[in-house]
Design a protein around this ligand. Structure first.
Ligand SMILES: [Zn+2]
Length: 134
């Protein structure tokens, strides 16, 4: 797996949306709703190599999904806090933000993996020396 080909960006994003390992696409990233596995059960990729690696991707993905629609709503003067539609929109936004936390984090994990494979360090420093036993 050390010399596995670099996956395409679309493949990595799709795997992230499905909360699957960015390298093999089979191992689950999350063991429960908000608890991650340390590494992939299939290929052994360590998911959180460095806790600080994901913040740029999280900022970009969060802004794209949630802040930009709010800006568009204000720009096109759709903002009216006294309508039912506005309350529904805010409810959907808050609910969507909570529900999509694992999906967004998995996408960010995939983007980090993809960027490091394409421009950064080798895949081998993210793989444990021995394959996982469990
Ligand atoms: Zn994997």
């Amino acid at each position: 797996m050390m010399n596995s080909p670099i996956p395409k960006l679309g493949t990595v994003l799709w795997r992230g949306l499905r909360r699957r390992c960015p390298r093999c696409g089979q191992g689950a990233i999350y063991r429960s709703f908000l608890r991650m596995h340390d590494h992939c059960a299939v290929c052994g990729l360590k998911f959180m190599h460095d806790q600080g690696d994901l913040w740029v991707y999280i900022i970009i993905v969060d802004r794209a999904l949630f802040i930009l629609p709010l800006i568009a709503m204000l720009y096109f003067r759709l903002y009216n806090p006294y309508t039912v539609w506005f309350a529904l929109f805010i409810g959907l936004l808050v609910g969507g933000m909570f529900y999509t936390v694992p999906h967004r984090n998995s996408i960010c994990l995939g983007l980090d993996h993809w960027a490091h494979r394409k421009w950064g360090r080798n895949d081998s420093d993210r793989t444990p020396a021995a394959p996982p036993e469990s």
